[in-house]
Design a protein around this ligand. Structure first.
Ligand code: C5P
Length: 239
């Protein structure tokens, strides 16, 4: 049974989105955040450039890797892609829920077999998309309805967690099992630049809404002192 108090007591972990222009910058930022940070997200920008070697370097430094490849293809190709990652030390891996139920089921099953320690996550609606962006790709449902539809599809397929905007957290907690991990990007400390993000919240608000993990990139990466920016985000979450 899920209680409001559980939400208040829970403190989400911060995942640093390592979206940087080169390997040197990646290593510098990992060093600057030191022991304060357990999780680093390697997305397409860094993975396509630095590949498996970057993933191993981060894991060797004692941090956990969230490999954000957002796989989206036919079921067989997605499952085979997961098999190709089986030698890598990854703690989380993303797929697009839009790939459909068969693809998600195949991926969840393959994940259990070849990456048993890895949490497989389904991305619902990207946090950069608002209602008009969603309508422009032909989805007529309200954002929240579409996110719920995809989240239910993902959990039915036995995917371990979902990625959504912080605005959907409270609602999704009412319809998903408490075991489902909720990961939210679109986090912006008060006063920081939105960039291309649309459905955003501050770290403190996302904590109250019940997030398990907050994915944060540019508010830390673009800060003059990334270590201090992280400190202030962590203090906000703790407070
Ligand atoms: O810099 P920023 O904090 O906006 O970074 C957010 C990160 O989360 C990016 O790496 C982006 O690819 C990722 N992401 C997202 N929205 C999703 C899923 C992942 O912004 N729905």
């Amino acid at each position: 049974m899920y209680h409001d108090k559980d939400v208040e007591d829970k403190r989400p972990e911060v995942i640093l989105a390592l979206d940087v222009d080169n390997r040197k910058q990646a290593e510098k930022i990992i060093q600057a955040t030191g022991d304060k940070l357990q999780w680093v997200k390697v997305g397409l920008q860094s993975y396509l450039r630095d590949g498996a070697d970057l993933v191993r370097t981060i894991a060797d430094s004692g941090k956990k890797v969230f490999l954000d490849l957002k796989l989206h293809d036919i079921p067989n190709t997605m499952a085979k892609a997961i098999e190709s990652l089986s030698e890598l030390p990854i703690g989380m891996l993303t797929l697009h829920a839009h790939a459909g139920e068969e693809a998600l089921q195949r991926c969840a099953q393959t994940g259990k077999e070849v990456l048993p320690e890895t949490l497989i996550l389904a991305v619902t609606v990207l946090t950069s998309m608002d209602q008009s962006a969603l309508s422009a790709v032909g989805v007529r449902s309200p954002v929240l309805e579409q996110v719920e539809r995809l989240a239910r599809l993902a959990t039915r397929s036995e995917v371990g967690g979902i990625v959504c905007s912080p605005h959907e957290l409270v609602h999704l907690r009412t319809c998903l099992s408490p075991e489902t991990k909720m990961i939210t990007p679109g986090i912006r400390p008060a006063g920081s630049d939105l960039g291309d993000q649309r459905r955003i919240m501050t770290p403190a608000e996302a904590k109250l809404a019940g997030a398990d993990y907050l994915v944060i990139g540019r508010p830390i990466l673009a800060a003059k002192a990334p270590g201090l920016a992280l400190d202030s985000i962590l203090a906000e979450i703790k407070g």
